[in-house]
Design a protein. Sequence first.
Lengths: 115, 112
Amino acid sequence: EAGVTQFPSHSVIEKGQTVTLRCDPISGHDNLYWYRRVMGKEIKFLLHFVKESKQDESGMPNNRFLAERTGGTYSTLKVQPAELEDSGVYFCASSFSVIMNTEAFFGQGTRLTVV
Amino acid sequence: AQKVTQAQTEISVVEKEDVTLDCVYETRDTTYYLFWYKQPPSGELVFLIRRNSFDEQNEISGRYSWNFQKSTSSFNFTITASQVVDSAVYFCALHNTDKLIFGTGTRLQVFP
């Protein structure tokens, strides 16, 4: 069974450009999460989808970030326009259920560098 | 407030040494779950363990063991007889509602 896959693995863009990150969750997982780790800091929650609906987007830093999950399958996270402080590793995770004893499976992350 | 603190930024040991990674958490919830994840050089976060707040029994899995102490709000992780393959960043996390709250991670380097 395929795990959570993220694309691209690395992205280097210039300030002001647009970047779109993609996450394919594990098949059958309704819950999809985006997290971000800025260099040396904690991994921070960005948002949570249940199927195609945004359940919780309290962690989204600002309106330059747009997440979508059309059809409740894969998700995209677009940053437009990118700023230097957006650099970091963006993780996607999926889980079958949101109850606390359910494990969330993480992807390998997308390392975004804004120069 | 919900918070996870991993005070050790980086630890270096020589192979076969035992090493303990500290994790202290804050929560007002009476029911909660704690996790440890490993991030090897390949980048993905690998689930290691989940512990619920009602179960304070220590757990051992091979060379890994976890010490959960509610009285001190700590959930420490010990690797016995460390190996080079244990080199990674280790994250402790607290489950809150629908998301995980992570600590800043501890980078463990095991030298041969």
